[in-house]
Design a protein around this ligand. Structure first.
Ligand code: SAM
Length: 191
């Protein structure tokens, strides 16, 4: 699939109904500062798919990824930070590492977002290796790819798959999308 990111469409997306469900709506800044409009936009490229949100904290990224209600979001954290109290029909909250979730069918997962502490690249590189071993192919969204987090930046730079730095409409700390497994084409859509 050709995934073309249209900056204007990201900027003009209305995600207020998701912000209204958030525990910390004051953190939902506009795109370029906060990544949530971009995540919501990326969810519109797929229908009836499963999306993994790895690193829930208070649930913002999961809510954003749930924008397209035909999709099913599973959000994972190792600790409860209150997100499980948020009720949204197409989001399930799990306190576990996604790699131990034996219910997953990787052929039905189109998007995986990874944003886990402590951002030292250790867990992230193990997760990428796991996904390679599972033969997973899809859109990987990676948060924190700028100099603020050098270990994540290095992992980002080391990807051989097609990738697109979408920080301009994502998170100020850097947002990248990777065609993990190489099945999708990624580009900006010229307005
Ligand atoms: C930066 S926060 C995530 C922010 C969240 N995506 C948002 O939109 O606000 C990182 C989270 O990763 C969680 N975490 C750390 N290791 C994890 C793992 N192996 N699996 C899932 N979550 C993990 C931490 O408990 C923490 O809540």
């Amino acid at each position: 699939m050709k995934i073309k990111i249209n900056k204007f469409k990201v900027k003009s997306l209305n995600i207020d109904h998701l912000k209204d469900l958030a525990i910390d709506p004051s953190h939902w800044f506009d795109c370029g500062t906060c990544e949530y409009k971009l995540y919501a936009y990326i969810s519109t490229f797929f229908n009836d798919t499963t999306i993994l949100d790895v690193g829930t904290r208070t649930g913002g990224s999961a809510l954003a990824l749930s924008y397209n209600e035909s999709n099913h979001v599973i959000s994972y954290d190792l600790e409860e930070h209150g997100a499980s109290n948020i009720k949204k029909d197409n989001v399930v909250w799990k306190i576990q590492d996604f790699r131990n979730d034996n219910t997953l069918d990787y052929s039905k997962i189109s998007i995986i977002m990874i944003d886990v502490d402590p951002h030292d690249g250790v867990q992230e590189s193990e997760m990428f290796k796991f996904l390679e071993e599972m033969g997973w192919k899809g859109i990987l969204i990676l948060d924190d790819i700028t100099n603020i987090w050098p270990s994540i930046k290095k992992l980002w730079n080391d990807f051989d798959y097609p990738k697109l730095d979408v920080t301009e409409v994502g998170h100020f700390s850097g947002t990248g999308i990777v065609s993990f497994g190489g099945i999708h084409e990624l580009s900006w859509e010229i307005e």
